[in-house]
Write a protein that binds this ligand. Structure first.
Ligand code: AMP
Ligand code: ZN
Length: 476
């Protein structure tokens, strides 16, 4: 690994050199979706940028194991342990069972991911698969004195920790305002920042999913699931934990509190957070009702990969504002880019020296706090450079392992469209131009010879008022 990856660690609030626990291996965890509705394109911004991180790691040669949970229970409509269970809310809205809702929206989520070329993590685990593990961890926390029972629920006791607010850009006073403002403040809590590990007595009598536990029938809190699923699949030491910035508090703060109290040592070294996609009205959110989805963009004629490019052109640590105007500009840029790459002659010798030189530049951009827009600039520079088509094509193919914009696959797709591959198309267009020039010079025999040559290749030229058009000759 020539290039060393640096990225911003929210825990230390610094851009840091990434050094995994085990040489060459990366244990990576991502907070998965709460599957009570479609993912909006804001959620998907987080997943696109996390996909970029994973693919950059793989490009640099790391062996990555990536785990993602699916939140199908326990995430309440307020992150402060109050409000209705989001899953139950979704089920009521659609007159379905919670499990039906979970199944439907999990599939919808991965369909959207596929359209955006987001790789499915190595392990995907729904929370409802892991109830015994949650109970085991909560029992251990009770035994160690980090948790207490009150009013029937089990709470984590944040006063036991020296440093609960580990992401200390979080101002304790500010954080507590959110809790205080909440009319449903939970009187069972010993400290305002305590949070629920297991609900038994809750105000949601109609909670559909409940399990036996040592504390009675109930269900887990949201935070415990990520601690447990992470430890279950990645062991006691995690290298990178990802999520959107809204996950920093309380979700990730609580995950660290539970996991480190349970394990008795530091859990995860690097915390990677993606800033929000906003629309003109502010942060995009599912609970706002009307939100932008991949299907909506498709129904308006956008290729989902144009949205991927839109995200990659901005830095993950900056809020991004969505507008159709910006997306349109991105669409034009994408089309040109794919066309440019599609017109490259793929055959021929790859200049290994140039290949290594540009790959090095591309990696360096990504290693600089995942600067994807600079990486794309390297792609553009490379396409303009004085190097062979075959080298350019090989580089585009290589960069696309990380960018995942179908840069070279689009060429094949085009062939399927009209039965002619881009190289042939380019050749036809060149010949048409040559023929027009010959006609202008009144060299009609040359013009006819060109028409004949194309016909031999199965291409028919027609002179129309709008100019020359070409067609694939009918074979019947
Ligand atoms: P959820 O399905 O609500 O649990 O959220 C899934 C992921 O999307 C989490 O990592 C959130 O932090 C992230 N997220 C939520 N809203 C946005 C947004 N507007 N922009 C970017 N990421 C978001
Ligand atoms: Zn999580």
């Amino acid at each position: 690994m020539e290039n060393k990856l640096y990225f911003y660690n929210s825990l230390t609030r610094k851009v840091e050199l990434f050094v995994p626990n085990e040489d060459g291996k990366v244990a990576m965890y991502t907070c998965g979706p709460t599957v009570y509705h479609f993912a909006h394109i804001g959620n998907l911004r987080s997943y696109i940028m996390e996909d970029l991180l994973e693919k950059t790691l793989r490009y640099l040669g790391y062996d990555v194991k990536r785990v993602m949970n699916i939140t199908d229970v326990g995430h309440l409509s307020s992150d402060a342990d109050t409000g209705e269970d989001k899953m139950l809310k979704g089920a009521k809205r659609e007159h379905k069972t919670v499990m039906e809702i979970a199944g439907f929206y999990t599939e919808a989520f991965f369909n959207d991911c596929a359209k955006l070329n987001i790789k499915t993590p190595d392990v995907v685990e729904p929370a409802t698969n892991c109830i015994p593990e949650f109970i085991h961890m909560i029992e251990a926390l009770l035994q160690k004195g980090y948790a207490y029972e009150s009013g029937g629920n089990i709470y984590f006791d944040t006063s036991r920790l020296k440093d609960y607010y580990v992401f200390s850009n979080q101002n304790e006073k500010e954080l507590l305002i959110g809790v205080r403002d909440d009319v449903d403040e939970d009187e069972n809590k010993r400290n305002k920042s305590d949070f629920v590990l297991w609900f038994t007595k809750s105000k949601f009598e109609d909670q559909e999913l409940k399990w036996e536990s040592p504390w009675g029938m109930g269900y887990p809190g949201w935070h415990i699931e990520c601690s447990c699923i992470g430890i279950k699949h990645l062991g006691e030491y995690m290298d990178i934990h990802c999520g959107g910035v809204d996950n920093i508090f309380p979700h990730h703060t609580n995950e660290i509190a539970q996991s480190e109290s349970y394990l008795g040592h530091k859990w995860c070294n690097y915390w990677f957070h993606v800033h929000h996609l906003n629309d003109k009205a502010g942060k995009m959110s599912k609970s706002k009702g009307d939100f932008l989805t991949v299907s909506l963009l498709e129904s308006k004629g956008y290729d989902p990969l144009v949205y991927r490019l839109f995200c990659l052109q901005s830095h993950y640590r900056k809020p991004l504002e969505f507008s159709y105007e910006n997306l349109d500009n991105m669409g034009t840029a994408y089309e040109k880019l794919v066309k440019r790459i599609g017109s490259l002659k793929k055959e021929g010798q790859v200049d290994q020296e140039k290949f290594a030189e540009y790959r090095e530049q591309f990696e360096a951009a990504l290693c600089n706090d995942l600067n994807s827009s600079s990486a794309i600039t390297v792609l553009y520079d490379m396409l303009k450079a004085d190097i062979s088509d075959a080298t350019k094509y090989a580089l585009a193919e290589s960069f696309d392992e990380v960018l995942s914009l179908n840069l070279t696959a689009a060429r094949e797709a085009k062939k399927a469209d009209n039965g002619v591959d881009p190289e042939m198309e380019r050749y036809i267009l060149e010949k048409i131009e040559e023929r027009s020039a010959a006609k202008k010079e009144k060299n009609f025999s040359k013009a006819d010879a060109i028409r004949e040559e194309l016909l031999q290749k199965g291409i028919v030229l027609e002179d129309t008022r709008q100019g020359v058009v070409w067609k694939v000759a009918r074979t019947d």
